[in-house]
Write a protein that binds this ligand. Structure first.
Ligand SMILES: C[S@@+](CC[C@H](N)C(=O)[O-])C[C@H]1O[C@@H](n2cnc3c(N)ncnc32)[C@H](O)[C@@H]1O
Length: 254
């Protein structure tokens, strides 16, 4: 008991103070998978991310700039009006912490993210990559105005990123035609099965065994919840779970 308390204290001192916990609802749980070995309980204590204060300050200032026009590619899939404030679309700090810490634990060479939006989730991934002193974030955003705001945020955190102004689908090939592979992906674009399913297949076609895939807004609609329910049971994944109430996580098994 005493040993466990000491270990917890050491971990908190090493990774920052734990002050939130996020529930994990497991679906697939192969005990040999990396995710199951790392997260043995049904919740994750979140520890502060490197540069977290700076990231949140940049996010705050970005939000103060007000509303910006949504990418025209949403077309009829847009359900929230023609503009968004940065805070309307960003990843929360609790999830950002998990993303940065996942990167620090897994040490991926290639992290892919789409879309970038104003760069908040990207800053958390990049903070983890910079802490590792290895790896690169490839992030994709077709909205030119949003992408330039994101770029100005990301450069404040580090250099190990490449932001492409354009969609993931239209640009992925030039990054991975040489056999390079994705180790961690974050799918956070248009949250409908019609977009998410082909995007997931593209990620898998370019990813390594054991890669980790995060999907945001899995409960965006009844169709999206059903889609997650089916994906998360597929035997090609060795582990799958819901983190908190909106993020899905998968580990590629084969
Ligand atoms: C919910 S926001 C992303 C939020 C961001 N990941 C964060 O947490 O800070 C969705 C973004 O995806 C972009 N997007 C939509 N379809 C895309 C695609 N096919 N490839 C890349 N980005 C896309 C949108 O323009 C929008 O900026």
């Amino acid at each position: 008991m005493r040993n466990r308390s000491i270990r917890r204290l050491l971990m908190a001192a090493f990774s920052g103070r734990a002050n939130h916990s996020v529930q994990i609802q497991w679906v697939l749980r192969d005990p040999g998978s990396w995710l199951c070995r790392q997260f043995q309980s049904t919740s994750i204590e979140t520890h502060s991310a490197p540069c977290e204060h700076k990231i949140e300050e940049l996010a705050r200032k970005t939000n103060q700039r007000g509303s910006h026009a949504l990418w025209t590619g949403y077309g009829t899939h847009n359900v929230g009006g023609p503009t968004r404030r940065p805070d309307d679309v960003r990843t929360t700090s609790a999830m950002g912490r998990i993303y940065a810490n996942l990167v620090m634990m897994r040490k991926p060479d290639v992290v892919v993210e789409f879309g970038t939006a104003f760069g908040v989730s990207g800053m958390y991934f990049l903070a983890g990559i910079e802490a590792n002193q290895q790896g690169q974030l490839l992030t994709f955003e077709p909205n030119l105005e949003w992408a330039e705001i994101a770029r100005a945020n990301l450069v404040q955190i580090g250099k190990r990123f490449q932001l492409t102004v354009g969609t993931f689908e239209e640009n992925i090939e030039r990054f991975f035609s040489s056999g390079r592979q994705i180790n961690l992906a974050f799918i956070d674009a248009i949250h409908t099965p019609e977009f998410v399913l082909p995007q997931l297949e593209l990620v898998l076609a370019n990813s390594a065994r054991g890669s980790i895939i995060l999907l945001d807004d899995i409960n965006f609609s009844p169709e999206m919840s059903q889609c997650w329910s089916e994906i998360s049971r597929q035997p090609r994944f060795s582990a799958s779970a819901k983190l908190g109430d909106r993020v899905g996580i998968l580990e590629r098994g084969v």
